[in-house]
Design a protein around this ligand. Sequence first.
Ligand SMILES: Nc1ncnc2c1ncn2[C@@H]1O[C@H](COP(=O)(O)OP(=O)(O)OP(=O)(O)O)[C@@H](O)[C@H]1O
Ligand SMILES: [Mg+2]
Length: 497
Amino acid sequence: MENEYVLEMKDISKTFPGVKALDHVHLQVKPGTVHSLMGENGAGKSTLMKCLFGIYSLDGGEIILEGKKVQFENPAQALESHVSMVHQELNQVLDQNVMENLWLGRYPIKNGLIDEKKMYADTLKIFKDLDINVNPKAKVGTLPVSQKQMIEIGKAVSYNAKVIVMDEPTSSLTEKEVEHLFRIIRKLIEKKTSVIYISHKMEEILKISDDVTVMRDGKWIATKPAGDLDIDQIIKMMVGREMKERYPHRDKKIGDVLMEVKDLSTASPAFTGVNFELHKGEILGIAGLVGSRRTEVLETLFGIRRKGEGQIIVEGKEIQNRSPQEAIANGFAMLTEERRKDGIFPDLTVGFNMAIDNLDSYRKNGLLNEKLMRTDVNKMIKAMNIKTPSSKQKMANLSGGNQQKVILGRWLLTGPDILLLDEPTRGIDVGAKYEIYQLMNQLVGEGKGIVIVSSEMPELFGVCDRILVMSNGRQSGIFDPSEVSQETIMQASAKFI
Ligand SMILES: Nc1ncnc2c1ncn2[C@@H]1O[C@H](COP(=O)(O)OP(=O)(O)OP(=O)(O)O)[C@@H](O)[C@H]1O
Ligand SMILES: [Mg+2]
């Protein structure tokens, strides 16, 4: 007889110094289903999955895979038993090519040499089955995040997995890419593979899941069929209280022009003709499809990319921003899309990670005023509700979403006049999103200006005063969200395609 559950995790507990990460948690996954795991940042989702995958040992409880008790000592054993995991933080070797990453540690060998031909053909077959369009010989480092993620999914599948864990697989995917991923997941389900799916995107969860398990503070809260749940119910279980509004109220005070961008352009990958004014106290959104060059606009303003034609004028004075250093000196800060790559120091403390870009302001006569630094850091930890025992915790020990909040805190501490945010709430839970919106409101309340790129339309409509739409490297319009529908923005996004 087939087991009712392909996987059962019973009574799982796990403690780290100062943190009870898992407190008697349960999870029961049926064969050929998508089981979503939900909870706020730091609730214990990734830890539970790392216990399954043999990265952490259990303090208590048991794991039953297809009716048999298992305890994996390491990921290799989990993979051998057909349990695989796509991690929240991708750990790929960037200067290797795609197929080398896929078969790392198990290259096919022929006559004592790596059988490149077979490796290529096997990779192509997996990609073809999953409709993944990536060249197996491309260097991983040159690919966009979305494709890196696809490679990891291909890799998970290559182990003939019965259970695939996807820890926030869509946090960096566009809507189209998410649809593609869902097609892949449905294919997996047809083959009776089960998927444990972790995401903070409610709409997505309800669309793809059969069952939903909610965790809070390391505890199991409930498991229910997705069909019996709506977003408000899930939020309530996650945060343990009613949350009426997803966007905080703000008293709008739009002031004088802070920055003027005139006919901005850049070469490769190119965009042209970007024109807008950012006012003091204003939040300007940038919408667009993948490849529309939203990120590139921010990167050019911040000096990561070389500006082509055009002018950037701040408070009436033209500036150049030839490098991020110059941009920072001109009062800019930017939260980049790939936060992990761009500046997390995993082995250093939370406090250091937050203060690093601001050390100068804590230095007087060559001495570091640690007290002032700690006060600022603790203020940020509190304002954003960062889940950590203290500012002395090692950065690597924070949950993914909380690491992200630390990096955002870092930029806020530099006290920028113009804050450029690229997908600031990606991977962040509903409660924390609210806190980040509040911080944004506070900043614009002080007369600063914010430009935010987001792929989540409700977010753009919820927080922005105006929305600039990019389409295929050109600006296709600027809209007042109180006057247009999401449909209009979608149409503008497709205007030049
Ligand atoms: N190796 C570790 N050492 C110490 N504490 C840890 C370690 N790993 C996780 N924690 C702590 O355990 C708790 C649960 O973290 P976990 O990463 O499982 O959260 P999560 O639900 O995946 O959150 P997110 O949505 O932010 O990814 C957090 O408080 C985290 O700081
Ligand atoms: Mg996590």
